[in-house]
Structures are given as structure tokens and as C-alpha cells.
Design a protein around this ligand. Sequence first.
Ligand code: SF4
Ligand code: SF4
Length: 429
Amino acid sequence: MQQYEYTNKIYYDHFVLPFTIGLVVLLGYLCVRYYKWIKSFPKEERKKIRKGLFSFKTIRSGWEIFRESLLHHNIFKTNPMLGYMHMTFAFGWFLLIVVGKIESMVYHTSAFNPPYFAIFFRYFHPAKETFPYSEFFAFLMDLILTFLLIGILLAVTKRFCSRIFGMKKTTKQRAYDLLILTVLWLIFPVRFLAESFTSGLNGGGSFLTHNAGDFFSGFLPLESLSYPAWWLYSSLLGLFFLLLPFSRYMHIPTEMVYIFLKNWGVKQGKEYNGFSEIQVNSCSRCGICINTCQLNTSCNINDTQPVYFLRRLRNHEEYAQQAENCLMCGRCEASCPVGINLNAIRQSKRPDILRVTKDTYAYVPQPKVKPAKVAYFAGCMSHLTPGIIKSMQQIFEKAKADYTFIDEQAGVCCGRPLALSGNWKAAQV
Ligand code: SF4
Ligand code: SF4
């Protein structure tokens, strides 16, 4: 074995370019996007960010990101199999990056190696050369890769047989969704092949890639396959980064931003703005809202739940039907693991379909109310069940209350239907 010795060698090969270009473009895009969204917040919401930034809330957000974005604790609580699948992807990929970076730093004795160095470490690291804990790192990286490959297997199973995961429905995929999904599913198997081929040629690796390399070397021309496999791995990563902002996977970085903003106290207002966009893009399309919605479970309507509504908003598609066809019961919001303000977002978009002016209900007669100490407003729902009104009147009479019945002849509205349609101003008139 060659002994470990640090050199100033420059580690570079042209195959790292697709990964590097994809990463730089993605980071640039995200910075511009988030800046524009945050800039569109009302002034008082932006103030909350400045106040919250250097407070304990930021540390709490870090912990929540670890728990929700990486471990997917909330999805686990609702559906353990689904939670495990999401966790293997998110936490597995996170570990692959972090442990890979530590390994590259130990080998290179410097944190300032280029970002691609850790990602393609097995290509650049001469297998016959040892460095401190090299065998331990090889074992750990193989373990994490195994963890990720199990996640892929579960994801493929869920796509074709969602009932195993206790889900009656999964989201419907479109051509673009299928493209990026395929790219994501291929990334880790191709990494496994690239590492195994390299290991089969040069040695190195651990229980997974070393043994697979030995196996493949028995019947495959690894000299011709190894280098193209690294190109393919880098290209898949680059392509994934370029496609990410226009896909559901935008939720990976955006959910983290949302957790910070939420903990700093930023709130969804009545108007649709940049904060709404951040929430729309935080949806992981886990599909839990489809299964909790009674429109799906009782009426087999499954094209209007938040996952579909948010997708239409994100893709700038027609959304009138999805905005309207909802009972606003809030069951989906209560079960959403990301904690998106689903009803408020739907409400903020409804006036785009039907904007009510304050005069629309001018024909409703105004009640003549006699002055009294107690004012009783029954509302339309109580008028539909007159027994409630009768009981209330009996209570007032028994209590000898000086009361007046505002809407005895009906005709006056509390404004709830208008508020639910997002026409807040008209509702207040
Ligand atoms: S809205 Fe919430 S529950 Fe529905 S798919 Fe998105 S993250 Fe999941
Ligand atoms: S709020 Fe609408 S989409 Fe959500 S569970 Fe109720 S009816 Fe379904």
C-alpha cells in the first residue's frame, strides 16, 4: 500500500463540468428567486425577518429543518412507510454530501477543495493510497449508498403500487414530472455503478462497491465502462439541478426557507404575494392531502386537492376549477406535513375568478333593529335548523334578557360566504 502523503495536485477532469455548471446555475437562480419573493412581502413582514434573524428562532428553525426536511418526522407520524421513503432520500443524500466532504477534507487536509471533489471522490482518490480512517470512510459511504438505494426501491414500488404504502391515490404525473423523476431515480444507481466499476479496476470501496466491482469485473469490460459511468453520473446531477426549479423538487430548498420565515413570524396575509409563492413551492407533493380529503374518499373527486391546486399555481396554469371546488373544511391543512396555509392561499386566489364589489349585495334588505342589551344574530345556518333559534329564544326569555333578534326575518348576512370567496372587503361592508 502506498502511504498517505498530501500533495498540491489539482484534481480535475472535464466530466465534472455538467455537475459544476448545474450547481452554479441552480444557486444563482435560487438567490434571485428568493430575493424577488422576499422583496414582494409587505413592509411589516420584512421587518419580522430582520428582527428574527439574530434570535433564538433561527436556531429553532435549524432544528426544525433537520427534523422535518431531512428526517420527515411529520410524514412519519402520518405514514411511517412514506416517511421512511422520504427520509432515505433526504437524509441519505445529506449524509452522502456531509460524510463525503469530511472524507475529502481528511484526505486533502483542507476544507478548500472544489465542491465536485467530494462528490467524485472515488474517481480522484487513488484506491491503493491509504489515508487516516480511509477504510472506515469507505465502509460508511457504502452504508449510506445502500440506504439510498433502498429508498429508490421504495419510491419505485410506491409509484407502481401505492396501496402498499396505505395510499389510495398518488399524484398524477406529467411528462416533465416523469423526466425529472427518472433523472432522480437514476442518479444513485449510476453512482453505485461508477464506484463499483472503479473499484473493480483499481480496488478500494467497501462491502457494497468492492464486492460489486469484483462481480462486474468477471463479465464486463470495466476499462471502457468506468469513465463513461462518471460522465453519466455528473450529467444526471447537472440535469437534475437545471430541472429542479421548474419541478416539485423546488420544495427541497424552498421548504427550508419557509421554515425560517414561519419561525420568524412571517404570516400569510389576505393577498397572494411572495410568501404565498414560497409556500406553493414548499409542497413536496407527498399526496397526504389527497387521502385526507373527503371529496376523494367519499365522492372520488381527486383533481382539486391542494397538491393539484398548488401545482397549477406553480406552473402558471388555469386554476379556476381547483380554486373553487373545495369545501374549505381545513382537513388537508391540518394534515399537511409542511404546514402550508392551504385555505388562506386558496382564498387569496378566489377573487381572481369572482371579484365581488361592495354593491353586489345591496338588494339584501337592511334589518330594523330595536335597541337592547343583548343582540342575537342567528345566521343562515341556524335559520335552516329553526329548533336552534327556538331554543335560544327560550333561553333569553327564561333569563329575562333584554334582547333583540337582528335577523328574525333573515335577510342579513354575516359575510362568511364572501370571506370564503376571498372577497374580504365586500364581506366587511
Ligand atoms: S399540500 Fe401538503 S399534504 Fe398536500 S402534497 Fe403538498 S406537502 Fe403534501
Ligand atoms: S379543504 Fe377542500 S381540499 Fe382540503 S380536505 Fe377540505 S374539501 Fe378537501
